[in-house]
Design a protein around this ligand. Structure first.
Ligand SMILES: [Zn+2]
Length: 171
């Protein structure tokens, strides 16, 4: 938000500069609306009305309203098959089975994500500061990251992810 506020005066200044030239012909270069195959931030964002149409009520509650599935109820907590876990909202690959480990916490746990696929945000809800993780492409809520818990993994991080936020594909 701070960054946005800082750029606002400059944007107003720029628009004043640009306005007198608005009679210039519009660019006729090729449209830039081709679907992107790269994972750019927010590239698969949609309004909530569209998410409601394509997600189940439980997926909507967790992915779009930052809910949490009940511990021990998710379908992937104990899944040990080789494969890829993609975002249940937009299909972007988020985690690979070789970074999954048994944490005993009640949700699927991963020690690392597909590079760039998961974004981190400070979450101060419920009076504690946690690190929320979201799908970079669609902004869907995945869960939280916990650090320094002493699990014997390469990163000492636990990505605690709702099964509902994921879709598993065998390899
Ligand atoms: Zn997504």
């Amino acid at each position: 938000m701070t960054a946005l506020r800082n750029t606002l005066p400059r944007m107003r200044f720029l628009s004043n500069l640009i306005r007198p030239k608005s009679s210039a012909p519009l660019s006729t270069s090729a449209p830039t609306s081709e679907p992107s195959t790269t994972m750019t931030e927010g590239s698969k964002q949609k309004p909530d009305s569209e998410w409601r149409a394509i997600l189940s009520p439980e997926q909507f509650r967790i992915l779009r309203q930052k809910g949490t599935e009940r511990a021990g109820t998710g379908e992937y907590e104990h899944n040990k098959e080789p494969g890829v876990y993609s975002c249940a909202g937009c299909g972007t690959p988020l985690y690979k089975s070789d970074t999954k480990f048994s944490s005993g916490c009640g949700w699927p746990a991963f020690f690392d994500a597909v590079p760039g696929a998961v974004s981190r945000h400070e979450d101060k809800s419920f009076g504690v500061t946690r690190t929320e993780i979201t799908c970079t492409a669609c902004g869907g809520h995945l869960g939280h990251i916990f650090k320094g818990e002493g699990f014997p993994t390469p990163t000492d991080e636990r990505h605690c992810v709702n099964s509902v936020s994921l879709k598993f594909h065998e390899e």
